[in-house]
Design a protein around this ligand. Structure first.
Ligand code: BGP
Length: 490
């Protein structure tokens, strides 16, 4: 069959951002503190020793809660999207965005998570945002939980460890469906739900100190189970409330290769990849995989379930699968094998791949492998909802940002996406991370830049916050305008 150069008709090209990394306005219009608002800045010097775990001891949390400034907490500042969203949306529309993935800050709608009534100022902000997106013809994709739960729920309940948090989340989600269902067809429940094991506080408000010694991992699995149940419950509600709704799960795709073909490396790698798929297994297939259940049992981990939980999971599976993809890594039985950081992981270095300024290994073909692997396993429509390259952009003497490295990164990944589509993968959309510079999730740096649009702000929050197009802006605009065909004319 003759393949066209274009992506499928109606392909959703766009970008992705998260409330806690862009909005700022952390303490106005009734917003409560979220776990992101106490996430500290990790200085440039620690780039290579990047450790994604935020300081989450009770003393540190108390200190942060009492600090009325944003000095150490860049996510309190974001990029002032709260006030500049019209300007930003206009630039996204100029690039031709068909879609924009955002998240709704739970603590802007329910400041402590426990209120019975939603904060009207928060609701108003999102109404205005969605109205503007509609006016510009940009289809929203909304994540309900993207590393920004109300801090009060974390402190009072140890986050998702307590089953009661399910009820608060269901209330929040239902307010979102009732208020914004008229604008939003695509919903994602939890961003990178698997990340709970890598940063339990950021993902699920779990404070290690609150666990009984030795039961920390058990608590994390319990919190995860509550998120699975909550995800299924709100999927059911969305299906009942919003016509033609599509609810998706969201996975960090951490593609792992064996460093060598030694069977030991192959087995370790297979297990890593099975673990990585487990989260989507539950959300797409509606049940815990037998191998994972056995693994938990062998580890002495017992997840407390209500009698109906398995039924809830089975009956309310998601409609599509989304994932983030930034890098791949290798695995080896050799404990001395050289390692390099990736997206909140420290993987074995693959000698065949280049890496970013942050050591993340660049692997476009790994995206194609991931697409085929995931589609073969789940057979549901898929979207890539995060992919991009964090880099230290500099302004050249002509006053412009020539980010050819970013264009090269995207070009190579898009070509692999197209090959996967031509081989039969049902890929319906792609949102780059991030179309505009924003505060890094892992390091809270502004200097780790992802955007097609530059934001004049530094790590300490100095700068005009003015926006400026990088070279990649025009390039991406052309890709969208030609629905991908321009990739093959360059
Ligand atoms: C993903 C998160 C995003 C985003 C991205 C890049 O895991 O969902 O919020 O920030 O990673 O990571 P970082 O910002 O640490 O470079």
């Amino acid at each position: 069959m003759q393949q066209t150069k274009q992506f499928p008709k109606g392909f959703l090209w766009g970008g992705a951002i998260a409330a806690n990394q862009v909005e700022g306005a952390w303490n106005i219009d009734g917003k409560g503190l979220s776990v992101a608002d106490i996430d500290t800045y990790k200085p440039k010097a620690s780039n290579k020793d990047y450790n994604a775990h935020v300081a989450t001891n009770l003393e540190g949390i108390k200190k942060a809660m009492e600090d009325p400034t944003d000095t150490w907490y860049p996510k309190r500042r974001g990029i002032d999207f709260y006030h500049r969203y019209k300007e930003d949306l206009a630039m996204f529309a100029e690039m031709g965005f068909k879609t924009l993935r955002i998240s709704i800050a739970w603590s802007r709608v329910f400041p402590t998570g426990e209120e019975l009534e939603a904060n009207s100022e928060g609701i108003k902000f999102y109404h205005n945002l969605f109205k503007e997106m509609k006016r510009l013809g940009i289809e929203p994709i909304v994540t309900l939980s993207h590393y920004e739960m109300p801090l009060a729920l974390s402190v009072k309940y140890n986050g998702w460890v307590d089953r009661q948090v399910i009820d608060y989340f269901v209330r929040f989600a239902n307010v979102c469906f009732d208020e914004f269902g008229q604008y939003v067809k695509y919903w994602l429940t939890f961003n990178e739900i698997d990340s709970i094991h890598r940063h339990p506080f950021k993902t699920a408000g779990v404070i290690e100190e609150k666990s009984v010694a030795g039961e920390e991992i058990q608590d994390v699995y319990q919190a995860l189970h509550h998120q699975f149940v909550a995800s299924a419950l709100v999927t059911k509600d969305a299906h009942e409330k919003i016509p033609e709704v599509m609810v998706g799960c969201m996975l960090t795709k951490l593609m792992t290769y064996p460093l060598t073909c030694a069977p030991q490396d192959v087995e370790l790698t297979m297990k890593k990849n099975l673990e990585n798929n487990f989260y989507a297994d539950v959300q797409v297939k509606g049940e815990y995989p037998r191998l994972i259940e056995c693994h938990l049992k062998n580890k002495g981990i017992h997840i407390a379930m209500e009698p109906d939980d398995r039924h809830i999971l089975k009956e309310n599976t998601v409609d599509f699968l989304t994932f983030s993809y930034y890098m791949s890594m290798a695995e080896s039985g050799d404990s001395e094998a050289e390692r390099t950081p990736g997206n909140t992981v420290l993987g074995v270095k693959n000698p065949y791949l280049p890496e970013t300024d942050w050591g993340w290994q660049i692997d476009p073909q790994g995206l194609k492998i991931s697409l085929i692997d995931l589609y073969d396993r789940y057979q549901v429509p898929m979207m890539i909802v995060e992919n991009g390259m964090g880099a230290m952009d500099t302004i050249s003497s002509d006053g412009k940002i020539h980010d050819d490295y970013r264009i090269d990164y995207f070009r190579a990944h898009f070509k692999q996406m197209k090959e996967a589509i031509d081989e039969g993968v049902d890929l319906i959309g792609y949102t780059s991370w991030a179309p505009i510079d924003l505060v890094s999730a892992g390091t809270s740096q502004m200097s780790k830049r992802y955007g097609f649009i530059y934001v004049d702000a530094d790590d300490e929050g100095n700068g005009s916050y003015d926006r400026m197009k990088k070279d990649s802006f025009d390039w991406y605009q052309n890709i969208i305008r030609t629905n991908g065909a321009a990739l093959f004319d360059e």
